[in-house]
Structure formats: C-alpha cells, structure tokens
Write a protein that binds this ligand. Structure first.
Ligand SMILES: Cc1cc2nc3c(=O)[nH]c(=O)nc-3n(C[C@H](O)[C@H](O)[C@H](O)COP(=O)(O)OP(=O)(O)OC[C@H]3O[C@@H](n4cnc5c(N)ncnc54)[C@H](O)[C@@H]3O)c2cc1C
Length: 369
C-alpha cells in the first residue's frame, strides 16, 4: 500500500499556512488568482516574517534552504484561499532564483535582501506587441554607450509594472546573428527617467498588467544579468520556474469551493463532473510534485502547465454551469469565470506548450520554419 499522507512537520506547515492565509483574507479579502491579482505589500512582509519568501533559496543567499515541497504546501494554502501574495510572488518564484544562478555577487547583495523582506516588487518584461510566443523576435533594444545601456522600445502585458520597483527586462543588445542570439537580461529600476507605464484594465476589471514604454532609458552596465547577448537560455530557465508550479493548479480553488456548495449533488451528471475535477486536482498535484522533486523529464513543465491550466478552465466551466444566472451577477464568481481564458495564455499558450512537449520531450519532428 502506498501511503500518500504527508509527514507531520509538513502537515504542521500546512496548518500554519492556512492560518496565516485566513488572516490575510480577513484583512485584504479573497482575490481571484491571488498570486497575480492579490497585491499587498503588507501581506508580503507578513510572509517574509514567516520565512516564506525565498524559503527554497540557498541559506548562503539569505533563503530558507527548505524543500520545494514545503514551498508548494505554503503556496497551495495561500492561493487556494485567495490570500494576496502577488507583491512578492514573481521575485520568489523567478527573479530571485535567476539572480542566484546568473547574477553577480554585487547584484545578489543589492537585490536579494529586498526580495526576501517583501519590500521590493519585481515585474517581468518579456512580451511585446509583436513578440509573445515567439520571444526571439523581441525588438526592445539596449545599446551600450560607455557605462550605460540605452534602452528603447515597448513591453506589454507586464503584470505589476505600475507598482513594481524593478523590471527584469529581456531586451536585444545586438541585431547581428540569429534572433535568439543577442538577447540579454537587464535589471531596470522603474523610477529611471524615460519609463512610462500605462495600466491596462481587463474585462474582469483587474488592472495588474500594463504597457511599458522605454525612451532613451539609461541603465548602468553593471545591471546586466549573466552574459551579454547569450541570455536566451537564461530566460528559458526562468520560464521553467514559471510553468510547473502549484499556482497553475489551484488559482481558482475559491470558485470551486463556491460551486461545490451550490451544486445539486443529487444529480448524477453533477456528481460525475465533481469526480472528474477531484481527479484532475489529484493528477495535477502529482505533476507539480514531480516537478518539485525533479522527477519530471527536462521540458516537462510545459505539459504540467498545460494540464493544470486546462483543469482550471474546466473548474470555471463547471462553476458557470452550476451557478447558472448567479454566475453573471456575483462579483467574485463572475470575475473568476471571466478570467479563465487567461490561464492558457499567460506563461506560454497551450499550443506552444504542446509544441515544446512534442519537440523537446517526445522528440517528434520539428515544424519546418
Ligand atoms: C494574465 C496575463 C498576465 C501576463 N503577464 C505577463 C508578464 O508579467 N510579463 C510578460 O512579459 N508577459 C505577460 N503576459 C503575456 C503572455 O506571456 C503572452 O500573452 C503569451 O506568451 C502569448 O503571447 P501573445 O499574447 O503575443 O500571443 P501570440 O504569440 O501572438 O499567439 C496568438 C495565438 O497563436 C498561437 N501560436 C503562436 N505561435 C504558435 C506556434 N508556434 N504554434 C502553434 N500556435 C501558435 C498561440 O497559441 C495563440 O493562440 C501575460 C499574459 C496574460 C494573459
């Protein structure tokens, strides 16, 4: 018999995380997809006080040196409840690990402490109006002039740009050679002259993402992360961090709980749907745990992301069907349901995830370009 129960210390962590999440909700309300929509710097400081930002980062960098499973448990409790963890989530998930892997000791000393204390918020400047799935076609330029890079161009869909202290900018430092060469990563303080941020309100009235315009922004050369012109691989590593996590599975768990409470379980078809969704949560969790335990093949996070985000869309469909007309006029439920198409777009679309799975994991022939 396999025993799926967690060890008692992990169960204790789950209990503690649930209690802190409940405090966050009592103070700041339940948020749709709270890792991207629930922005509260206060609550990030609370997470920091618990040691829950950077909990898996190496101790020598100020992190907790704890296991990925512990981070999943903490994250699952926060996001399932709708607690506002967005102000520190990108730094914890992506920017900190990137700086630990590719940053200089000076960059690590300067930027990691602010992330760990929950004081600084980071946004990710990858997508552009003409470069989303095909990131290598990005055009935002950073041309070296003496001791600065001069940045010009535009980013779009940049979550938190209006609140962030820094943008982790993916840009082009040369147009020579194949497009994926010449891509570099820069740390850009958002208060530099020449940066203009225009928030975008989506149809659910969320306002986390923005357009960001750069006009002759002068960024010190020491803000380059890793190797100039060779950052495409760094960026792909970052996307691996972004794709296989628990945030892709339980984002709309509060909606699921609401739908279950309203569902007519005397109806066998409704019961079947619930059984399918419960199975989906368990399968998704196994995939996420496999990523965390490094038991999944390289590139498999694309499949994990695909499965988990499509599961979240099935949850939204189920909620819409059981809530019926009420789904149209309940603020929180309506927003959760209307937001669901975003799951299979952000972090890479399902089509692109399937391409990665086919080409890199299964070794199927590549589409001729
Ligand atoms: C809620 C949300 C938050 C986001 N936050 C951020 C952020 O913080 N920072 C950031 O940089 N970006 C962010 N994004 C942008 C996101 O990364 C892009 O939207 C995504 O990568 C898709 O790019 P695109 O929108 O340009 O679509 P496109 O790449 O233009 O794709 C359009 C359609 O074509 C399909 N397609 C494209 N290429 C292929 C292919 N090779 N094979 C098969 N089908 C293909 C796609 O699947 C899609 O259906 C966010 C997006 C959302 C929805």
């Amino acid at each position: 018999m396999l025993d799926f129960r967690l060890e008692s210390e992990l169960e204790a962590l789950r209990g503690r995380a649930a209690a802190v999440a409940a405090e966050g909700i009592a103070e700041h309300g339940v948020h749709t997809d709270s890792w991207i929509n629930g922005y509260s710097k206060d609550f990030s400081r609370r997470l920091a006080a618990e040691g829950w930002i950077g909990m898996t980062w190496p101790v020598e960098h100020g992190g907790g040196g704890r296991s990925n499973i512990e981070r999943i448990i903490m994250g699952e409790e926060m996001i399932s409840a709708g607690a506002p963890i967005a102000a520190s989530w990108f730094a914890d998930r992506q920017m900190g690990p990137s700086l630990i892997k590719y940053g200089t000791p000076d960059q690590q000393a300067e930027y990691l402490p602010g992330m760990l204390s929950g004081e600084t918020t980071w946004c990710i400047g990858m997508s552009e109006p003409d470069a989303g799935s095909d990131l290598a076609s990005l055009k935002t330029s950073a041309i070296k002039e003496g001791d600065v890079y001069v940045v010009n161009g535009q980013k779009i869909w940049t979550s938190f740009a209006a609140d962030a202290d820094y943008i982790y900018l993916i840009c082009r430092t040369t147009t020579e050679g194949p497009p994926h060469r010449g891509v570099s990563e820069l740390i850009v303080p958002m208060d530099l002259p020449g940066i203009e941020v225009r928030p975008i309100k989506d149809m659910t009235t969320n306002q986390h993402f923005c357009e960001v315009f750069f006009t002759d922004v002068r960024v010190p050369v020491e803000n380059l992360v890793g190797v100039e012109g060779a950052a495409f691989k760094q960026t792909m590593t970052q996307l691996e961090h972004e794709r296989g996590g628990i945030d892709r599975l339980v984002s709309n768990k509060p909606l699921y709980e609401q739908a279950i409470a309203a569902a007519d379980t005397s109806d066998p078809l409704v019961r079947q749907e619930i059984a399918k969704l419960e199975t989906g949560y368990r399968l998704g969790r196994i995939l996420v745990y496999r990523e965390a335990l490094k038991q999944a093949p390289a590139g498999f996070s694309a499949a994990t992301k695909c499965f988990c985000t499509e599961h979240q869309q099935r949850v939204a469909d189920f909620a819409a069907s059981v809530l019926g007309l009420a789904a149209l006029n309940q603020d929180q439920a309506t927003r959760f349901i209307a937001y669901a198409p975003a799951y299979t777009i952000m972090g890479g679309t399902s089509n692109v995830m399937r391409n990665i799975l086919g080409e890199r994991v299964l070794g199927l022939p590549r589409e001729p370009r």
